[in-house]
Write a protein of this length. Structure first.
Length: 326
């Protein structure tokens, strides 16, 4: 058995951070004028002022000058450090002159993760005022974030832990009882739709006995949601009909293609026929060879798309059953 060659992985940066002077760092381009007035920069500024720099800067050596470094990632952080009068910062020295990795592979907190972390910090005795100063927000905002998952069942919260689910969607889920919350969350995960409008539509379709007390949808807003839900049901029915017709037509056409392609492949295996085609009709020969391979390509495509089609129908049935109560 032949062994595959083993290639060693190249380290993208040095293993130990180093303390560098800020005046030894330079940027490849200036910050936009609006960058330092945005909410993100103000939060970074407040965080560094309260607890210091958390994530090291990523820098690379400047060519022909080992004492100078160019910033690959962390331009906002270094601007915040300079405004706070800090003269040095911890840095990681990269071995490759590229910033794509550090900007692409970012683990952003979801609303559920943010709420759980703040609630855990408060339970461990961290004052709300300190959390607010670190995050650069008001104390009331910290209280609201800490209570964001109150009223959400543990099972539903676990499903939403890594989903980009806005706070308004979580508020809508609180209007339903735990079993209905699970149904709604599973439906949203299946659809990949976590918008508050979709959550409110599910609330509008929820029977009164599955809602929390006082969670009814009334007035003009309730009428609008009911109309949106009816429109969604009509679009879903149309899509399901189209999918069924397409599947049926595709099956018949694929059968015809398979039989025809098998016959053409048999002809092409005859060397005399194949040679005559290439000599007298090379364009036909090329097309026939393509057709003889199409069933395999189509079969592999259908295998990859089949589960998606089944998943679509299953989601549609789930949405229909969810939307049916009035």
């Amino acid at each position: 058995m032949t062994k595959l060659p083993v290639k060693s992985l190249k380290v993208a940066f040095e293993s130990q951070p180093v303390l560098l002077q800020l005046n030894a760092l330079e940027s490849s381009r200036p910050l936009p004028r609006t960058a330092t007035s945005g909410k993100k920069f103000l939060q970074i500024l407040a965080s560094i002022a309260t607890i210091g720099l958390v994530e090291p800067l990523i820098v690379v050596h400047v060519e022909d000058n080992e004492d100078r470094f160019r910033i690959l990632d962390g331009r906002l952080r270094i601007e915040a450090l300079r405004r706070l009068g800090v003269s040095e910062a911890m840095c990681l020295i990269a071995t490759d002159d590229e910033a794509y990795t550090y900007n692409k592979h970012i683990s952003r907190l979801t609303s559920a993760q943010d709420a759980r972390m703040i609630a855990t910090a408060i339970e461990r005795g961290v004052p709300r005022e300190r959390i607010a100063s670190v995050l650069g927000v008001e104390v009331n905002t910290v209280k609201r974030r800490a209570n964001l998952l109150d009223g959400i069942s543990d099972e539903a919260a676990a499903l939403l832990a890594d989903k980009a689910c806005p706070a308004t969607t979580l508020k809508a889920l609180k209007l339903m009882k735990p079993p209905r919350q699970m149904e709604a969350v599973e439906l949203m995960c299946g659809q990949g739709n976590f918008t508050s409008a979709f959550a409110r539509a599910i609330v509008a379709a929820t029977p009164p006995e599955q809602r929390e007390c006082g969670a009814g949808v009334r007035g003009k807003r309730g009428k609008e949601i009911a109309e949106q839900l009816a429109c969604l049901e009509r679009e879903l029915a149309t899509l399901q009909t189209t999918v069924a017709q397409t599947d049926e037509r595709y099956g018949i056409e694929h059968l015809h293609l398979t039989v025809s392609a098998a016959y053409i492949a048999t002809l092409l295996r005859n060397k005399s026929v194949a040679k005559w085609l290439k000599d007298h009709h090379p364009d036909f020969a090329t097309q026939f060879e393509t057709i003889s391979h199409e069933p395999r390509d189509a079969r592999s495509a259908s295998e990859s798309s089949g589960p998606r089609s089944k998943n679509f129908r299953r989601i549609g049935e789930s949405l229909s059953s969810t939307s049916s109560p009035r």
